[in-house]
Design a protein around this ligand. Structure first.
Ligand SMILES: NC(=O)c1ccc[n+]([C@@H]2O[C@H](COP(=O)([O-])OP(=O)(O)OC[C@H]3O[C@@H](n4cnc5c(N)ncnc54)[C@H](OP(=O)(O)O)[C@@H]3O)[C@@H](O)[C@H]2O)c1
Length: 375
């Protein structure tokens, strides 16, 4: 009897503690939500203005071209006059704040913390900090830095910025950073692609795909690109040995086996992908979380599935996240210089048209890259 009473009491206090913790959690989340803010409220009129795309609230309609303070490079930064920038699906994830789990992971619950947009840029160095030795005013550069939809950016000289090859335009150079680095690292580091291997690129006509086809070919692989009918000629012109038109044929049902699958459009189950991989093949998941996918967790469910599955199967399966850095920008610069890789540009928009450019990319049917010209 005594034991029963003690157990009842433990149960009662444990339930109460759980309820209290839940209540405290909800209150804290509520407070964090309403306290979440950004610098829009404290913006003063700039003394040395530049034009930039700024957004104060989530949503495409809130993107505005504004005059804000022109950045000043710190000791280890370079000031770059931006001539062109490019749009990535990354940008609309931030504009929309989706998948919403991102908001809880530091992007900002009610309002996003960072009000600036764009990453990829190309331009001319205007000034350098006193510790910078590798760049000088007048150098033509390309790379990645938050807030690239603007007249100026200040990347750190040792981070994602490199000299632009002379044989490519600013528009082409601006399209490289995220898409080119993703394709390079996925094929070289995750896929470990070797000459003669069979590589399938799902989503071969998009930003990442158009770089991936060319890079895989430069590694000596036999490349199969998956795209729709209207992009067959484009993907073939980039060097693909075989092209599968996804509107007519399902690559996952074919008889061919691949050493590496680079998946920009994870629209097949992992078991379907495994079926067409060689026993020691590698599945590299790049994309996911399009506008029609889960608004809450986006591609993260599939990422967890690949992580759980991978240790139990002979093939290597996993997600990869691009890491923009100077070394790989230089590798891509060399590939462009030697003509092995040529960025594909779909459309160009003006800085004031960034909302339209992002809306276009959000539809998921860009052919290569969408570029913003900043003049
Ligand atoms: N993990 C990372 O670090 C990383 C880095 C960059 C990008 N990403 C992600 O990777 C994905 C691709 O990025 P991206 O810049 O290449 O995007 P993107 O340029 O918007 O890709 C659009 C392309 O996808 C093609 N596509 C759409 N549906 C398809 C289908 N069912 N089968 C085959 N192709 C299809 C489209 O061709 P059609 O018009 O012919 O349909 C279009 O050419 C995105 O989800 C992005 O968020 C991840």
């Amino acid at each position: 009897m005594k034991l029963k009473r003690i157990l009842k009491r433990i149960l009662k206090w444990t339930s109460l503690a759980i309820l209290l913790a839940l209540f405290a959690g909800i209150v804290l989340l509520f407070i964090a939500y309403w306290r979440s803010t950004n610098d829009c409220d404290s913006m003063v009129s700039p003394s040395n203005p530049m034009k930039a795309i700024v957004y104060c609230d989530y949503g495409l309609a809130n993107l505005k071209l504004k005059e804000i303070e022109k950045p000043v490079p710190s000791d280890d930064q370079v000031l770059v006059r931006v001539h062109a920038a490019s749009v990535n699906p990354y940008d609309w994830h931030f504009v929309e704040g989706t998948p919403k789990i991102m908001r809880m992971m530091g992007v900002g619950l009610r309002k996003h913390k960072d009000t600036r947009l764009g990453v990829d840029f190309a331009g001319t160095v205007e000034a350098v900090g006193k510790n910078v030795t590798q760049f000088k005013p007048g150098d033509e550069v390309f790379g990645g830095r938050g807030g690239a939809f603007a007249e100026y950016v200040c990347p750190r000289a040792s981070r994602a910025v490199a000299l632009k090859p002379a044989n490519i335009t600013f528009e082409q150079a601006a399209s490289v950073n995220i898409a080119g680095i993703t394709a390079l690292q996925a094929l070289r580091d995750k896929g470990n692609v070797q000459p003669g291997q069979k590589v399938l690129i799902n989503g071969a006509s998009g930003g990442v795909g158009t770089f991936a086809v060319q890079i895989a070919k430069s590694f000596g692989a036999e490349v199969t690109g998956v795209c729709s009918t209207r992009n067959i000629d484009l993907v073939r012109s980039l060097g693909a040995d075989h092209v599968i038109d996804y509107t007519k044929e399902d690559f996952a049902k074919g008889a061919e086996r691949y050493d590496v699958i680079l998946d920009n459009v994870p629209n097949h189950s992992l078991s379907e992908c495994r079926r067409i991989l060689n026993p020691n093949g590698k599945y590299v998941m790049i994309g996911g979380g399009g506008p029609n996918d889960s608004q809450w967790i986006g591609p993260f469910g599939r990422v967890i599935n690949t992580m759980v599955l991978s240790p139990f199967v002979s093939q290597k399966m996993g997600m990869m996240m691009a890491d923009a850095n100077q070394k790989d920008l230089t590798v891509l610069g060399d590939m462009m210089q030697s003509g092995k890789v040529k960025p594909v540009i779909d459309r160009t928009y003006k800085l004031s048209e960034v909302p339209a450019a992002i809306a276009y990319v959000e539809q998921g049917h860009a052919r290569g890259k969408v570029v913003i010209t900043v003049e």
